[in-house]
Design a protein around this ligand. Structure first.
Ligand SMILES: Nc1nc2c(ncn2[C@@H]2O[C@H](COP(=O)(O)OP(=O)(O)OP(=O)(O)O)[C@@H](O)[C@H]2O)c(=O)[nH]1
Ligand SMILES: [Mg+2]
Length: 450
C-alpha cells in the first residue's frame, strides 16, 4: 500500500460523487458503507463532501469549486496544475453542487486523509494529492488494506499481496505526497530504462512469483477437497458482517461470536456440524462480499469461493436489520452466478431477527416467503436451522437394504461412517442393514459388497 496507514487515528474526510444512475438512497448507503470500511481501519471520520455530476471529472473527480471546498478540510491549495485547460473541465456542473458539510463544523482543516468512494485512476490520485496536500485513498485502497490486515493463512496473504501489487503498479511515481512511499528505493536506474519502468517490471516479476506459490498451495487444497468429495458440505455465503461466522460457530459448537468489523473472515474454514450426524455434515465459512469489490481482489478470492462450488447446499446469509439487505443479496447472487453456482440448491437465511420489530419481521416474511428468519443468538432458531439443513440432505437420500456377509464384516465400520443405519439384523450368512444415504454413497457401498 502506498499510503502509511499506521499513523495514530487518521482523521478522514469521505468524498463521493452522486452520479445520475444512483438514487439518493443508493448514494447515501454507499457512503455509509465507506464510512464503516474506514471505521474498520480505525480512522475517525470528520465529515463528507459529495457532489452531483453527470460523470467524474477526468482530472480530479470533482469539479474545481468542489475540490476547493474539499481542500478547505485538509489545508491544501485545492488547485490541480493545468486543471481547467482541458476539455474535461467544461462538463463541470456548478448547478448540481450538493454538500453534506456543515459550515460551522469546528474540525475543518484537520483532515489527514481523504477517501473517495469510487476507484481513482493513477492520474486522479496523483492530482488529488497535489491539490489536497494529504494522502488520498480510494475504496479499493481501503478494502485492500482491510484484507491485508485480516489475512491470516498463507493463501489469503498471498492473494492479498498479489492484489496489492497489481493495484500499486500503475500508481508508482505519480504520487505527490511523501518522498519514499513508492517501494523504498527499489528503483535503481537501468540503462535506457526509467526507474519507474524498472520498478514496474520488478512488480510484475514478483506477482508472477507469488502466483506460482499460490498455485502450489491450491493444488494441495484441491487434493484435500477431493478427499472430502462425498461428505455433504454446506457453504455459508453472504455480504460482509451478515453473521456467517457467528452462525458457523453456533452450528459447529465453537461458541465464540463474530467480530463487528468488515471482512473479519478471509479464509475458508470447514467444521463438522454439531451434534454430529451420520453421515456427518460439514459447514464452510467464507469471505464476505461487498459492492464495488476491486476486480483484482475478486479474481484472487475466486479460489476461496470455489470451495462453495463443491457444496451440496448454499446458505445465503443476509443481515435482516440492514436496510440494504436485498441489494446486498443481489450482489452476492450475482458473483455466485459468475462462478457458476446459480443452480446450486440454496436457502435464504435472514439473520439478526432479534434486531427487528414485529412489523419488520412480518414484512420480511411476506416479501420473502421462502426465506428463513433467524437470529444466531437464539437457540431455537439454530435448532430450526439445523433441521432445515438436515431435511435438505434427507430429501436427497434413499432408503435401501444391503446384506454384508460375515467375511466382509470389515466394511461395516466404513458403512456406518457414511450412511445412517435404520435397522440391522443377523442371520447365518451375515448382517442385513437397512440404510439411508445419498445415491453416490449407495453406489459406493454396493461396490464394496459386490
Ligand atoms: N444482533 C445480532 N447480531 C449478530 C447476529 N449474528 C451476528 N451478529 C453480529 O454481527 C457482527 C458480524 O458477525 P460475523 O459473524 O463476523 O459476520 P460475517 O458474515 O462472518 O462477516 P465477514 O467475516 O466480515 O464476512 C458481529 O458483531 C456479530 O456479533 C444476530 O443474530 N443478531
Ligand atoms: Mg466471517
Amino acid at each position: 500500500m502506498p499510503v502509511d496507514l499506521n499513523k495514530k487515528k487518521a482523521k478522514a474526510v469521505l468524498a463521493g460523487l452522486h452520479l445520475p444512475h444512483e438514487s439518493e438512497f443508493e448514494h447515501r448507503s454507499s457512503m455509509d458503507e465507506l464510512e464503516r470500511l474506514v471505521t474498520t481501519l480505525g480512522f475517525e471520520t470528520l465529515g463528507r463532501v459529495t457532489q452531483k455530476r453527470q460523470r467524474p471529472s477526468v482530472a480530479g473527480v470533482f469539479g474545481k469549486g468542489k475540490l476547493a471546498e474539499l481542500a478547505s478540510w485538509t489545508g491544501g491549495t485545492g488547485v490541480i496544475h493545468g486543471f481547467g485547460k482541458g476539455s474535461d473541465d467544461e462538463d463541470y456542473e456548478d448547478d448540481f453542487i450538493e454538500s453534506d458539510v456543515d459550515d460551522d463544523d469546528l474540525e475543518r482543516d484537520q483532515a489527514t486523509i481523504v477517501i473517495f468512494d469510487s476507484e481513482l485512476s493513477p492520474t486522479q490520485l496523483s492530482n488529488l494529492e497535489e491539490a489536497l496536500g494529504v494522502e488520498v485513498l480510494d475504496r479499493t485502497g481501503v478494502i485492500l488494506e482491510i484484507f491485508s490486515r485480516h489475512a491470516q493463512s498463507r493463501e489469503a496473504r498471498l492473494q492479498v499481496e498479489i492484489a496489492k501489487l497489481a493495484y500499486m503498479a500503475p500508481r508508482l511515481r505519480l504520487s505527490h505526497v511523501g518522498g519514499d512511499r513508492q517501494g523504498g528505493g527499489i528503483g535503481a536506474k537501468g540503462a535506457g530504462e526509467s526507474a519507474h519502468e524498472l520498478d514496474r517490471r520488478r512488480i510484475r516479476d514478483r506477482i508472477a512469483e507469488l502466483k506460482n506459490q499460490l498455485k502450489a498451495i491450491q493444488v494441495e487444497q484441491d487434493n484435500r477437497r477431493s478427499h472430502r468429495k462425498d461428505v455433504p458440505l454446506v457453504a455459508l455465503i453472504g455480504y460482509t458482517n451478515a453473521g456467517k461466522s457467528s452462525l458457523m460457530r453456533k452450528l459447529t459448537k465453537t461458541e465464540v461470536e463474530g467480530e463487528n468489523k468488515l471482512f473479519a473472515t478471509l479464509d475458508t474454514t470447514i467444521r463438522t456440524m454439531q451434534p454430529e450426524t451420520t453421515p456427518r455434515i460439514l459447514i464452510s465459512d467464507t469471505v464476505g462480499f461487498i459492492k464495488k469489490l476491486p476486480h483484482d481482489l475478486v479474481a484472487s478470492f475466486r479460489s476461496t469461493l470455489d470451495e462453495a462450488l463443491n457444496a451440496s447446499l448454499l446458505l445465503y446469509v443476509v443481515d435482516g436489520s440492514d436496510p440494504n439487505f436485498k441489494s446486498q443479496y443481489e450482489v452476492t447472487r450475482k458473483v455466485m452466478a459468475e462462478i457458476g453456482a446459480e443452480d446450486h440448491p440454496s436457502r435464504l437465511i435472514v439473520n439478526k431477527s432479534d434486531l427487528l420489530s414485529e412489523i419488520d419481521r412480518a414484512r420480511i416474511q411476506r416479501d420473502l416467503p421462502d426465506s428463513h428468519l433467524v437470529s444466531s443468538r437464539s437457540k431455537d432458531d439454530l435448532n430450526r436451522l439445523r433441521d432445515i439443513i438436515l431435511q435438505v440432505f434427507e430429501d436427497e437420500m434413499n432408503d435401501f437394504e444391503v446384506l454384508v456377509p460375515y467375511e466382509k464384516g470389515g466394511v461395516i465400520g466404513k458403512i456406518r461412517a457414511r450412511a445412517r443405519v435404520l435397522q440391522e439384523s443377523y442371520d447365518e450368512v451375515g448382517t442385513t442393514l437397512m440404510l439411508r444415504a445419498k445415491p453416490e454413497t449407495q453406489a459406493w457401498i454396493e461396490k464394496q459388497l459386490s
